[in-house]
Write a protein that binds this ligand. Structure first.
Ligand code: 4AD
Ligand code: MG
Length: 479
């Protein structure tokens, strides 16, 4: 017999038929007449209830049917008499494929804390919360590809190992085959990377953008979607050392077109998740509403998760320049009452408290901030006519802060080279990048969406460690 997944069985298709169910036991309860076994197979947040007649099966036959065990069950799919589910299975045969000793199985019926579950990340997939989170993550990833492919963008695979530092921030993980205890050294005592595997110093990529720009100069519109790595020592709920980034790059786009695309893209993937993962999002929303009950009134969410997402897809994002944003902060009561930890003045890099004030307190919606001071942004961003700012854009999301970073790129060779010089990037190291400006260069733009921050936004999960299966953070690479 062919196995049918729970999601399909719960539609009631084939009711009355004999079916084969395979999955993992979530709970078993019962009395001396009947047992109820809730089985989940990951296809949906819902369990399928299996009814096992006690006389037919006897205690012994069901003793290994415990929380966490893998089972194969045949039986008739029937309309349920009980409340809580529309359909259930009247079991004919129950086979335990893999036992889970109740004495040692770490997941029990009770709700576990997210912190505890993080320590058993290898098992947390089997909880309702993480089931929902990772199904939503999957849908968002699929929607990313669908969005760009519908628009005729080419998916480009950029290298994981590179010799460049795209962001120029020096936050790279070195990749080397040299003996760390005893590396070869040059005459002046430096590590001699010529003897390294690639004949030069290499690192894990911090962004696929530079390579993406090369491809955009041929395909017009491309996007990347891959893992990126940053050795920034930020132990926050928004930073990972290994995260996934989506980086579209478009020839002939200016900053406004770039911002328009980013807004359309974000709304599209949220809408896709709302359509395909409504139950999961509803469940995650209820979790937050429960959590809120233990918080003081002023810290509670004004909208439920679903309301928030519906609002975001149905309303324009706010757009302000950096200079306007600074003015808003300076004129806020929050500033006057000295409630910001970091000072506000033109030229500062917006801190997360500033970003969150703008989106959560002031605008109460996603905000696109453009035209940042050049000194706090990467070398490749296009210099504006004022000579002080660059055509940059960050998108800030409520509850998250920066979710997108992007810009129009500097296509003018002389200005780009000048800028590289001033931040200490050698022309020889990026000769291939500069070739795009030498040969058929054109105005172009792009952005990077932090995929985990997006998943956080849609699932409402407070900590980024809970939206990637195996988080990599400082002092943590257990699994
Ligand atoms: O703003 P960032 O550094 O921009 C770039 O990397 C550009 N090359 C993108 C481009 O224009 N093609 O990073 C982009 C986004 C951020 O807005 C944030 O959402 C996410 O990547 N991000 C991180 N997410 C998780 N952990 C980290 N350590 C992150 N650093 C950046
Ligand atoms: Mg950024």
């Amino acid at each position: 017999m062919q196995r049918t997944k729970v999601k399909e069985l719960l539609t009631g298709a084939g009711v009355g038929n004999e079916v084969l169910l395979k999955g993992w036991v979530r709970t078993k309860r019962g009395n001396k007449f009947v047992n109820f076994i809730a089985v989940n197979d990951g296809s949906t947040i819902q369990n399928l209830q299996v009814v096992a007649d006690a006389e037919k099966f006897g205690e012994d036959a069901l003793k290994d049917v415990t929380t966490g065990a893998a089972v194969a069950i045949t039986g008739q799919l029937v309309e349920s008499q009980g409340k809580g589910q529309a359909y259930e299975i009247m079991a004919n045969t129950i086979e335990v494929l893999g036992k889970a000793d109740p004495e040692t199985y770490p997941l029990q019926k009770k709700a576990h804390s997210l912190e505890f579950l993080r320590e058993i990340a290898h098992l947390r997939f089997r909880t309702n919360t993480f089931g929902a989170v990772f199904r939503v993550r999957n849908s968002l990833a699929f929607a990313v590809h669908r969005f760009f492919n519908e628009k005729g963008f080419v998916y480009m695979h950029t290298p994981i190992i590179t010799a460049s530092d795209a962001e120029g921030a020096g936050e790279m993980f070195r990749v080397t085959t040299l003996d760390p205890q005893n590396p070869p050294v040059t005459e002046n005592g430096q590590v001699n990377y010529e003897e390294d595997f690639f004949g030069k110093a290499t690192n894990l990529t911090v962004s696929g953008q530079l390579e993406g720009e090369l491809a955009a100069m041929a395909f017009s519109d491309i996007y990347t979607f891959g893992p990126t790595f940053r050795a920034e020592n930020s132990n926050t709920a928004r930073h990972l050392a290994e995260f996934w980034m989506i980086e579209p790059e478009m020839a002939f786009y200016d900053l406004k077109m770039n911002a328009d695309l980013a807004e359309e893209f974000i709304k599209y993937i949220i809408r896709y998740a709302l359509e395909h993962n409504r139950e999961d999002i509803e469940f995650l929303g209820q979790r937050l509403t429960e959590e809120d009950k233990s918080k003081p009134q002023n810290e509670r969410q004004e909208m439920t998760l679903l309301e928030k997402l519906e609002f975001v897809v149905n309303n324009d994002f706010e757009r302000v320049t950096y200079t306007e944003a600074i003015d808003i902060l300076l004129n806020s009561n929050h500033y006057k009452k000295k409630k910001f930890q970091y000072d506000v003045k033109w030229g500062i890099d917006l801190q997360s408290e500033h970003e969150r004030y703008l989106v959560e307190k002031h605008f109460k919606k996603p905000v696109i901030v453009t035209d940042y001071p050049k000194d706090i942004k990467a070398f490749y961003m296009r210099l504006n006519d004022d000579g002080k700012t660059v055509a940059a854009m960050d998108i800030l999301a409520p509850g998250i802060g920066e979710i997108v970073g992007g810009s129009q790129r500097e296509e003018r060779m002389d200005i780009l080279v000048e800028r590289m010089k001033s931040v200490g990037i050698h022309e020889e190291d990026l000769w291939w990048y500069l070739d795009t400006r030498r040969f058929g260069g054109c105005p172009h733009a792009g952005f990077g969406l932090g995929f985990e921050r997006m998943v956080q936004f849609v699932t409402g999960m407070g900590n980024i460690r809970d939206v990637i299966p195996f988080p990599r953070t400082p002092k943590n690479a257990e699994f």
